[in-house]
Design a binder for this molecule. Structure first.
Ligand code: BES
Ligand code: ZN
Ligand code: ZN
Length: 504
């Protein structure tokens, strides 16, 4: 999608569709909405009076060939209650407009921002919404309609004086949303088309293009480094594992400055291993690499936006398969950190590969860690597909991430990791076991397991099992991989270290 900033007067804005938004029970009597109403001969006032234009969140009203406008269509999207409106709503309604229009073969749109939304943050949200909405997972359809997408989009309504804000928001929004779409593309790939080796190739190609350093550890190097937990998951598969390391280094690095580590689970297919999963829904386990994909996507945006801190992504990748060489329940493995692990259930493999990913990230010098993983069915029980489960060992760092999630419009909710839960992962014969004993708290005991490997390093765990995949199409979004986490992590990286608050 190509973007421009259009500062011309409303009636002159040319596009196949002009889009704007109205609040609940709003009468078009003020500002730009009044001018629009005037241009179309009072049609908006009439539609509002007749009850057709409600302003209810995401309700759409479409007018064809509106008199007085150069645009061929006028689409008004409901913005909901004015006091509940923010950039998250703006992003979503811009997205809804794109999806409503692209199915009608519209190729060019102009999005008219209301007066209070002529800020860089709003421009960013609008652009993000539009790019995310323009994405569809039809890569393997042979009968896809050619070009069923919006080609050009103008940000309309901006004054010359606010043009710089529009440009800045546009640049940021574009790279972030395109990076999120890259993560979604990876998440949607079937496991026969995205093995750990292929994921490493895709990540390396992205890194080279973006100007990032990349290193891929093969199975031999992984064995040399004694990453026994990752190897134990991989041993049941003919596909070898990979450890993918992508590094962003700012131009000026101060000694002792904090280094942000992003560790992402990338199981390209999770059968459960010998503790095999039921057939129902198993096909979805191709998305068990979405934590890794989120980190790869975030690094792509970080390369372009250049935060002031160093960021290292560490992505352990493997298949989890049953087979003659597969690990078995009860096996004991020695992780890179030297901790012994009793593998009670081979389906709790994500925490195993993360254990070695975290140990390696620490060895590489990360002072702060965030991991993202489609880790547990239990987090889906707790938070459904609405919120990411957030676990943190350092309150200030966790608060920073939650603030970034708010800005980015990604819903996240903190869950507890009290010491009492540590009891539940005590093993009879090893240092730790990979599932909780007793009942309940499955997302927490999984987090507790990972925490064991973080030591004193401030750490946040994002359980994205419920939010990384969307089963049904939404008015604002295609179904499939969501790319959740990318926007939050990029916002966190941009702020991290820049104010000195993370200096240790
Ligand atoms: N990849 C799954 C978690 C998952 C479940 C992701 C549903 C997406 C949707 C993970 O590896 C897993 O199988 N976890 C087990 C852990 C259990 C054996 C302790 C689970 O949640 O059932
Ligand atoms: Zn599993
Ligand atoms: Zn898994």
């Amino acid at each position: 999608m190509e973007f421009t900033v259009d500062t011309r007067a409303l009636p002159k804005v040319e596009a196949e569709a002009l889009v704007t938004y109205a609040f609940e029970q709003e009468k078009p009597v003020e500002g730009i909405l009044a001018r629009l109403d005037e241009a179309v001969g009072g049609a908006l006032t009439k539609l509002a009076a007749s009850g057709e234009l409600t302003g209810k969140m995401l309700d759409t009203t479409l007018m064809y060939y509106p008199q007085g406008l150069a645009a061929q269509r006028l689409l008004i999207v409901g913005a909901g209650k004015k006091d509940k409106f923010g950039t998250a709503e703006l992003r979503r309604l811009a997205a809804t407009a794109v999806r409503a229009l692209k199915t009608r073969q519209v190729k060019s749109v102009a999005f008219l921002a209301r007066e209070s939304d002529r800020t860089a943050a709003s421009a960013q949200a609008i652009v993000e919404g539009m790019i995310l909405a323009n994405f569809d997972s039809d890569k393997y359809k042979t009968d896809k309609k050619p070009g069923n997408e919006i080609k050009t989009a103008a940000l309309a309504g901006w004054e010359e004086s606010s043009r710089a804000d529009a440009d800045q928001g546009l640049a940021r929004g574009r790279v972030i949303a395109e990076s999120q779409n890259f993560a979604r593309e990876l998440g949607n790939e079937p496991s026969n088309r995205l093995t750990p080796r292929m994921l490493a190739d895709r990540a390396a190609a992205m890194a080279r293009e973006a100007g990032l350093a990349v290193e891929v550890l093969d199975e031999k190097k992984i064995a040399d480094l004694k990453m026994g937990a990752l190897l134990s998951v991989a041993q049941g598969s003919v596909e070898p594992p990979r450890m993918i390391i992508i590094t962003y280094t700012p131009e000026k690095v101060n000694t002792g400055a904090p280094v942000l580590g992003l560790v992402g689970k990338a199981i390209t297919f999770d059968t459960g291993g010998i503790s095999i999963k039921p057939a129902n829904d198993m096909e979805k386990m191709k998305y068990d690499m979405c934590g890794g994909a989120a980190m790869i996507g975030a690094m792509r945006a970080i390369a372009a936006l250049k935060p002031s801190c160093k960021v290292i992504a560490v992505i352990p990748s493997s298949e989890n398969m049953p087979g003659g060489r597969a690990q078995k329940p009860g096996d004991v493995q020695i992780s890179m950190a030297g901790k012994s692990i009793e593998v009670i259930n081979t389906d709790a493999e994500g925490r195993l590969v993360l254990a070695d990913g975290i140990a390696y990230a620490k060895q590489l010098g990360c002072t702060h860690l965030v991991d993202a993983a489609t880790l547990t069915g239990a987090v889906v029980v707790a938070l459904a597909n609405v919120n990411v489960g957030v676990f943190g060992s350092d309150q200030a760092f966790t608060d920073q991430l939650l603030a970034s999630a708010k800005v980015a419009g990604e819903k996240m909710w903190p869950l507890p990791i009290d010491d009492e839960y540590r009891e539940m992962i005590k093993s009879g014969i090893a240092d730790i076991q990979n599932v909780g004993s007793g009942k309940g708290g499955g997302a927490i005991t999984a987090a507790m397991f990972i925490k064991e490997f973080t030591g004193d390093t401030p750490w946040i765990h994002l359980d994205i099992a419920g939010t990384a995949w969307q089963d049904d199409v939404k008015p604002w979004n295609a179904k499939g991989a969501t790319g959740v986490g990318v926007r939050t992590l990029v916002d966190l990286a941009m702020k991290f270290g820049s104010n000195g608050s993370n200096a240790k």
